[in-house]
Design a protein around this ligand. Structure first.
Ligand code: MLT
Length: 387
């Protein structure tokens, strides 16, 4: 469905209790790039990004699924970010809903824990007026059903999009090969977390005044920590390097191996000295140590509710890790005055990031969370209505 079609089908019926019935003369959304308007007391309703007289940020998007950012072109990534931008003001309205996906059904299939991503996808689908079904560890996979069978069964109930999180790399792609509805990867093992990569790129563009151009040439971004095990890092490297930024991966050699440079040759550098790199970057993205993906001695395995693991064969001790790679207030003070601090969450305060830095003036962490909503609205809209 094109954006224009979405706009036609969207506004024909009431979007539900309390949602103003749009009229064909509804003005374009104030957030359409290039079509900003003075604030009005009337909240324009729309069936998708863009609007009468505005350019269509989604135009050119041809993907049925969003499985990773490594396979997307710069135009694809920009289309996703521009679509997200056109949805951004919906979250600030008193009635946070548009009819773009009315009548569509989105199923969240989360086979691995999540707070932010799951809530964000649920709210994003609801803001587009889709019906949402939430499935997780309570699914029949725990009784031995394959994830393909689960996906087939959910799809047979008329679902238009499956949002999939799984601890196995490639799980979302496997499901996509088995269903005809749209599939969005909400994080698969160590592989990719494409909506996190997009929301990080969006937040960086916002913080550096590049939301109009979406051109990251000249920007230098550090990704710090457990890069080897991080799907967030892979999606960030893909998005940032495709948009023109230089990415510096920093961590102990066990977690930031030289081989990462092959992910985007000429655009990614591996460095092991955080103190030397910090004064040279425009943003630093601090990653959590993915203890759950490290191979540990089974005798050290902890039971449910035991709290985060504190040891790993990847470094001698957590104390030493924090000394070398934790972003403390003293280290943050070495950054350029305009440089920002990012984190995908969940934060382990006092480990990769000091609480004072997480809550400090450089931190754009809550902006990342807020932008995640518009990015996920864009992902759902693009794959379901435009893909
Ligand atoms: C993820 O799902 O990968 C998170 O957003 C980052 C993390 O778990 O550390």
């Amino acid at each position: 469905m094109t954006t224009a079609q979405a706009q036609r089908t969207g506004p024909t019926a009431s979007a539900g209790a309390g949602v103003p019935t749009p009229t064909p003369s509804s003005p374009p959304p104030s957030s359409v790039p290039g079509a900003r308007q003075a604030p009005t007391t009337r909240e324009p309703d729309h069936g998708g990004p863009g609007g009468a007289g505005g350019s269509d940020p989604a135009s050119g998007w041809k993907h049925r699924h969003l499985l990773g950012l490594q396979e997307l072109s710069a135009d694809d990534i920009r289309a996703a970010l521009r679509t997200a931008r056109s949805f951004a003001d919906i979250s600030t309205r008193s009635i946070k809903k548009v009819p773009a996906l009315r009548g569509k059904v989105v199923a969240n299939l989360f086979f691995e824990e999540s707070t932010r991503t799951r809530v964000s996808f649920t709210l994003a689908a609801q803001r587009l007026s889709a019906d949402v079904v939430d499935l997780g560890s309570s699914s029949s996979v725990s009784k031995g059903e394959t994830i393909e069978d689960t996906a087939h069964n959910i799809e047979a109930m008329g679902v238009d999009a499956l949002v999939v999180r799984h601890k196995l790399s490639g799980a979302a792609a496997l499901i996509a090969r088995n269903v005809s509805c749209a599939v969005i990867n909400a994080g698969d093992g160590r592989h990719e977390h494409p909506t996190q990569g997009l929301l990080d790129a969006y937040t960086l563009a916002e913080a550096t005044g590049r939301l109009d151009s979406l051109d990251f040439a000249g920007l230098r971004v550090a990704i710090v920590g457990d890069i080897a095990n991080s799907r967030v890092a892979r999606s960030n490297i893909a998005a940032l390097s495709t948009l023109g930024a230089e990415v510096v991966c920093i961590g102990p050699p066990t977690l930031a191996p030289r081989s990462l440079e092959s992910l985007a040759p000429g655009k990614v550098r591996v460095e092991w000295d955080l103190d030397a790199a910090l004064p040279t970057v425009d943003a630093v993205n601090m990653l959590r140590i993915q203890f759950e993906r490290h191979v540990v001695d089974p005798s050290e395995a902890k039971g449910p509710g035991a709290g985060p693991a504190k040891s790993s064969p990847a470094f001698p001790s957590l104390r030493e890790y924090v000394q070398m790679y934790g972003l403390t207030p003293e280290r943050a003070a070495k950054m350029r005055p305009t440089a920002v601090v990012m984190h995908p969450g969940p934060i382990n305060r006092g480990v990769e990031l000091a609480g004072d830095v997480a809550d400090g003036s450089r931190s754009v962490i809550l902006k990342q969370v807020a932008n995640g909503l518009s990015v996920r609205m864009a992902a759902l809209f693009l794959c379901v209505a435009a893909g």
